[in-house]
Design a protein around this ligand. Structure first.
Ligand SMILES: N[C@@H](CCC(=O)N[C@@H](CS)C(=O)NCC(=O)O)C(=O)O
Length: 214
C-alpha cells in the first residue's frame, strides 16, 4: 500500500479532479492545503514539489507527481481494474478528447492569474473578470455539449462508468456555477453532472474549505 499525500487547494478545479480520481479508485490519502490566496503556491516548499508553482501535486512514497491529467493517468495505470480510461483505443481517444476540451481549452484561459491580468490590462474591475469567465466557460462548454451529442447516450460522458472525461467536466461545472455561466440549456452536460453528483466519490471530492466550520 502506497503512502499518498495530495497537496491541493479546496477551490482548485485541477485538485478537485485528482480528489475525484483518488476516491473512484479507492486510494486512501492525506491532504495538505496550499493556500493560493496567500501565495503559498510560489513559496519554496511548493516550488520544490511543483516547479510550475501550481496545485495539485500528489506525493506517492516520497515521489512528487504534477499535472492533474498525468497524475490521474498514472493512478489509472497502477490500479488494477481501473475504468478511468476505456480499454478500447477509439473510446479512449474520445474520452481524452472530452477531457482535453475542458482541461486544455477552457481551464487555462479561466485560471485566476489569467483573469486577474485581464483586469489589470483593461483597468476593469470585478465586472470584467466575471464577464471573461462567463464567456469562455460558456463557449467551451457549448463545444463540449456538441462533442457529447455525437456519442451514444449514457449516464456518463461515455460508457457505463465515469472516466477522466467526467472527472474533468464536473469541476468545470462547479466553476461555471460559481461564476454564473449559463449552462441550463446544455442538457447532456446537466444530466451527466446529476449522475456524477449522486456518486459518493464525487460527493466526497466536492470543494469544501476545511478552514471554515460546517
Ligand atoms: N494543467 C495543470 C493546471 C494546474 C493549475 O492551473 N492549478 C491552479 C489551480 S486550479 C493553480 O495552482 N493556480 C495558481 C496560480 O494561478 O497562481 C493541472 O492540470 O494540474
Amino acid at each position: 500500500m502506497s503512502d499518498m499525500v495530495l497537496f491541493d487547494y479546496w477551490r482548485s478545479s485541477s485538485s478537485y479532479r485528482v480528489r475525484i480520481a483518488l476516491n473512484l479508485l479507492g486510494l486512501s490519502h492525506t491532504t495538505v492545503p496550499v493556500n493560493l490566496l496567500k501565495g503559498e503556491q510560489w513559496a519554496p516548499p511548493n516550488l520544490a514539489r511543483n516547479p510550475q508553482g501550481l496545485v495539485p501535486t500528489l506525493r506517492i512514497d516520497g515521489h512528487d507527481f504534477t499535472q492533474s491529467l498525468a497524475i490521474i493517468e498514472y493512478l489509472h495505470e497502477i490500479t488494477p481494474g481501473s475504468t478511468l480510461l476505456p480499454n478500447d483505443p477509439s473510446s479512449r481517444s474520445q474520452v481524452r478528447a472530452l477531457a482535453y476540451a475542458v482541461a486544455m481549452e477552457i481551464h487555462p484561459i479561466c485560471n485566476l492569474s489569467v483573469a486577474a491580468h485581464v483586469q489589470t490590462i483593461t483597468g476593469g474591475g470585478e465586472v470584467v473578470r466575471s464577464a471573461w469567465m462567463c464567456k469562455f466557460i460558456r463557449d467551451g462548454l457549448v463545444a463540449v455539449e456538441a462533442m457529447l451529442k455525437r456519442l451514444p447516450v449514457s449516464p456518463f460522458c461515455l460508457g457505463p462508468a465515469p472516466t477522466i472525461a467526467d472527472i474533468c467536466l464536473i469541476p468545470q461545472i462547479y466553476n461555471a456555477d460559481r461564476w454564473g455561466a449559463e449552462t441550463s440549456d446544455l442538457t447532456r452536460i446537466r444530466s451527466i453532472t446529476a449522475a456524477c453528483q449522486e456518486l459518493p466519490a464525487f460527493k466526497a471530492a466536492y470543494p469544501h474549505d476545511a478552514s471554515q466550520p460546517g
